[in-house]
Design a protein around this ligand. Structure first.
Ligand code: DMJ
Length: 615
């Protein structure tokens, strides 16, 4: 008899006898429902089925067989949950460095030692407070190569470009506001809407910090009032993807809190975190991928992916920092324990590469290795969680990240014979646009690991891969990159759009995310030029009456965007694509990569222990 996938509403590390009793009780009530429930792929490439991806030779492993977790460390609390809501609508003016300390802050300082223990004025607590934006500046990097003159010239051009990006955000925000306010996503062609994320106004939650960063303060205030109002009611939300809700909604609320300091975002984040918590409290330690937000019940999914299970920890860690409640970080960190055990035993894991499919509830790993759909952000969060948790040397997260980068370079990087373009692929020489986050990650990883022996090589690879991602745009007749490209098919052509499966575009952010990070670290104006070209192509190809939408075939400019199935504007377009395009062209932005970590949906969280470049 097959078991249903159950919710475990109990402390995370209960004894096995309790587990058995709970399992039987839970199974009796909901087990058969879980058994019949269908798997729905929910990760990055929602239009690419899991089955269509190439399979690797990695053999399956039962994660459940592995030993006890080793991650006993959890972050100490920083702030208690702020609940002092304001009664009247306000237009927030700016982050407020002069703000009085929050209620729990003194307590945190008392328990974690004096400021001088952690290095003087820039204390961890100070940097967690709203207002940190005022203190941080440009990222300092070994690879900076722009002269002052070049910077000045580039900044002048960029200031004009950032206004064009802002105008695009105004266009799409106005469309959403007038046609789909409070709905998950607008249909930009017809002016209709979708409620694909459970009906929690996902576009609002995902866009808050973009509005803030683009200086759209009145729009931000309106969005904040909606968040404060009973219209945002998590208790009425049904079946949701835990991964998507965490990175978009929880991440969005926490990012808005970090930038504005408005308490309502912290209290709404806590409320949402409480509702998501049952999904993390499973017997395997791997999150239940789908639950009902209204009552926490499992949808009984029998599969998850590496990306879904390994892309929750940054948000829940931040939620613990903000609320002072360790349950969030503790519960999410269990998945990293599980993955570390699999890594140490090298059962089913090859070097630092993990298969992307996970069968539940036992956690059996199988399938292909991927830095695109189903795998990508798992690797991203190894580095980013290590950074957010204090970036200590010797951390298991860092060990896994180092191994992943090493294996990636040895096994998955290829070069085209024609223009010597580097690309990343497992089998089949298919590179997804999703994998274009990798140049940014590799560059950030090289920057943050001054003692990594091959960091120069990693940084050079990052720049080469970024060039390939740009070429994926530049060489298409629309100027937009396809969802995936096939490399190395013909000797004299580097790559082609993956037709008929993945020649469409859905306004993804990964390439411009990498351009932003590389520009921050090098000052090289070419990344701004590339971002601007992408923006112009996007504006030309995907603009619709009520926003921006998908295009069916980037090789055919004569086709129109935003019709039928392409009448869709993902919230990540506002959360990420437009944000990165703007920040890339914004010389005045203060989101230093040394003081902030951006989650996989581009929501910024201040680092409790800022990174300092070694000189
Ligand atoms: C976003 O939701 C996030 O970037 C996620 O990590 C991947 N998929 C989309 C963007 O493509």
């Amino acid at each position: 008899m097959k078991k249903g996938h159950r919710r475990q509403g109990v402390a995370t590390r209960c004894c096995s006898a309790q587990r058995v009793v709970l399992a039987v009780a839970a199974f009796a009530s909901i087990g058969w429902l879980g058994y019949v429930a269908q798997w729905r792929p929910v990760t990055k490439a929602s239009r690419v089925s899991v089955e269509s991806l190439p399979r690797s030779t990695v053999s399956p492993v039962e994660l459940k067989e592995l030993e006890h977790p080793v991650f006993d460390k959890v972050p100490p609390p920083i702030l208690e949950a702020p609940h002092a809501e304001k009664s009247e609508a306000q237009v927030p003016q700016a982050a407020a460095p002069e703000r009085a300390p929050k209620a729990g802050r003194a307590a945190f300082l008392a328990q974690s030692g004096s400021d001088t223990d952690r290095g003087g004025a820039e204390t961890p607590a100070d940097l967690s407070a709203p207002g940190v934006l005022q203190a941080s500046g440009r990222t300092r990097s070994t690879w900076w190569r722009a002269s002052d003159d070049e910077v000045q010239k580039s900044d002048g051009v960029a200031r004009k470009r950032r206004e064009e990006v802002k105008a695009a955000m105004v266009h799409t925000w106005n469309g959403y506001k007038s046609r789909a306010w409070g709905r998950d996503e607008i249909k930009p062609g017809s002016g209709g809407y979708t409620e694909d994320w459970g009906g929690m106004g996902m576009t609002i939650l995902d866009s808050l910090d973009t509005l803030w960063l683009l200086g759209m303060r009145e729009e931000f205030a309106e969005a904040m009032e909606w968040v404060r109002s009973p219209k945002l009611d998590f208790s009425r939300v049904g079946s949701i993807s835990v991964f998507e809700t965490t990175i978009r909604a929880l991440g969005g609320l926490l990012g808005a809190h970090a930038l504005s300091g408005e308490d309502i975002f912290a209290s709404r984040a806590k409320e949402l975190g409480e509702r998501l918590l049952p999904a993390l409290q499973t017997s395997s330690g791997l999150a239940d991928p789908w639950i009902r937000l209204s009552d926490g019940r499992s949808e009984g999914k029998r599969k998850t992916s590496l990306a879904e299970a390994g892309t929750l920890q940054l948000e829940f860690h931040r939620l613990s920092e903000v609320t002072g409640d360790r349950r969030f970080a503790d519960s999410a960190a269990r998945a990293h324990d599980v993955f570390y055990q699999a890594f140490k035993k090298q059962k089913g894991v090859r070097g630092g590469l993990f298969p992307s499919d996970i069968a539940l509830p036992l956690g059996k790993l199988s399938g292909s290795v991927s830095f695109g759909a189903n795998g990508d952000s798992f690797y991203e969060y190894l580095l980013k969680c290590w950074l957010a948790q204090g970036h200590e040397p010797g951390s298991p997260l860092l060990e896994m990240y180092d191994a992943a980068v090493d294996s990636l370079q040895r096994e998955m990087i290829h070069t085209t014979p024609h223009d010597k373009l580097k690309y990343v692929a497992a089998d089949g020489h298919r590179m997804e646009h999703l994998a274009c986050f990798l140049p940014g990650l590799l560059a950030l990883g090289a920057h943050l690991r001054p003692r990594a022996p091959k960091r120069d090589q990693e940084f050079a690879l990052a720049e080469e891969l970024a060039r390939t991602c740009f070429e994926m745009y530049r060489r298409m007749p629309t100027g937009m990159a396809p969802e995936a490209a096939i490399f190395g098919k013909k000797r004299d052509v580097d790559f082609e759009a993956d037709k008929p499966w993945s020649m469409w575009t859905i306004l993804r952010p990964e390439a411009v995310e990498s351009f932003f990070i590389l520009h921050e670290l090098t000052g090289d104006a070419k990344y701004r030029d590339w971002g601007h070209e992408v923006f112009l192509a996007l504006d030309r190809t995907c603009r619709a009456p009520h926003g921006y939408g998908a295009h069916p075939d980037v090789t055919r400019p004569e086709l129109q965007c935003c019709k039928g199935n392409d009448d869709k504007e993902p919230s990540f377009f506002l959360a990420e694509t437009l944000k990165y395009l703007f920040l890339l062209q914004d010389p005045e932005h203060t989101l230093s990569l040394d003081t902030f970590v951006l989650n996989t949906e581009a929501h910024p969280f201040p680092l409790r222990t800022p990174f300092q470049v070694e000189v």
